[in-house]
Design a protein around this ligand. Structure first.
Ligand code: PAF
Length: 278
């Protein structure tokens, strides 16, 4: 059945406050792919009422980023969500989310400034602020998020803990296309040659896992080898970091359970990926 589409903040509050069951939120920026749909399926399994938000949040894009050309496909998104029996779609516009006079921002210190936060200075401030608003408006008990955006999840979990929000994040696995590329709406920007080149992110992560299995644990050495592989495929490395999975702090030796996070530019498209080492 087609989901009920809600476009105003006041209506979203009215509806969410009248729901007596558990509420699962899947926050998205639309242009849905299998990665998003896997989150929706999980939300359907684990909560009784599912709300998917579709909102391309301007405050998480810097002026030189791709806000204007960010892909949109509302009609198709609704069809896909109807097939999964989603109850509500929250689809507000900018005036609803940031009305004139808007002044409040939420920042999670330190961990918003590392990794992606180094080159995207205000990105996580935009994410934490909009996600707070969405969790609150939807009155979400659970929020379903993919581990592709690993840093985003850790930051949001920290915020939820620090601010005593009731919503709990359900971490869901990163979904890859058959060839290994992590699913992302931004893959749409890639030409077929660039798509081929972009496989280097995952290949470099798999190589790191193999090196670890062979006994190499020195982070610096593994990073050098990953960088070489990526550069051979025309990728420009923003960062490659081996981190503690909870604190996101860089660690000098790989150990079981650590994460390797990468951000790479393929042409003009910035892509991210990560794996857990085990
Ligand atoms: O991961 C995303 O798509 C966005 O950062 C989110 C969580 C929907 C907030 O705009």
């Amino acid at each position: 059945m087609k989901p009920v589409i809600i476009t105003s903040v006041s209506e979203m509050i009215k509806v969410s406050r009248s729901i007596k069951t558990s509420i699962g939120l899947v926050p998205t920026m639309g242009f849905l792919h299998e990665g998003h749909l896997s989150l929706v399926k999980r939300a359907k399994q684990e909560t009784e009422t599912v709300v998917v938000s579709i909102y391309v949040n301007p405050s998480q894009f810097a002026p030189n980023e791709d806000l204007d050309k960010y892909p949109r496909s509302f009609k198709r998104d609704i069809q896909l969500l109807a097939e999964l029996d989603v109850d509500y779609v929250f689809f507000p516009d900018k005036r609803e989310m940031y009305p004139e006079g808007y002044k409040t921002w939420i920042t999670v210190e330190k961990i918003s400034r590392i990794l992606c936060g180094k080159s995207r200075l205000t990105h996580f401030r935009g994410v934490t602020t909009i996600v707070t608003k969405l969790m609150n408006l939807v009155n979400a008990d659970f929020m379903f998020m993919g581990e592709k955006d690993y840093q985003q999840i850790v930051i949001l979990e920290q915020m939820i803990k620090d601010l005593n929000f009731k919503t709990r994040i359900v971490r869901c696995p990163l979904i890859r296309e058959k060839d290994g590329i992590a699913m992302s709406s931004r893959n749409k920007y890639l030409s077929s040659q660039q798509h081929e080149d972009a496989l280097c992110l995952y290949k470099s992560l798999l190589m790191a896992q193999e090196k670890y299995e062979e006994g190499l644990t020195d982070s610096a050495e593994i990073i050098i080898q990953m960088k070489k592989l990526i550069e051979r495929c025309n990728g420009v490395v923003d960062y490659i970091e081996v981190v503690d999975p909870n604190s996101l702090q860089a660690i000098s030796n790989l150990l079981k359970g650590c994460r390797i996070l990468v951000a790479v530019k393929i042409g003009k498209t910035r892509l991210i990926d990560n794996i857990e080492i085990n």
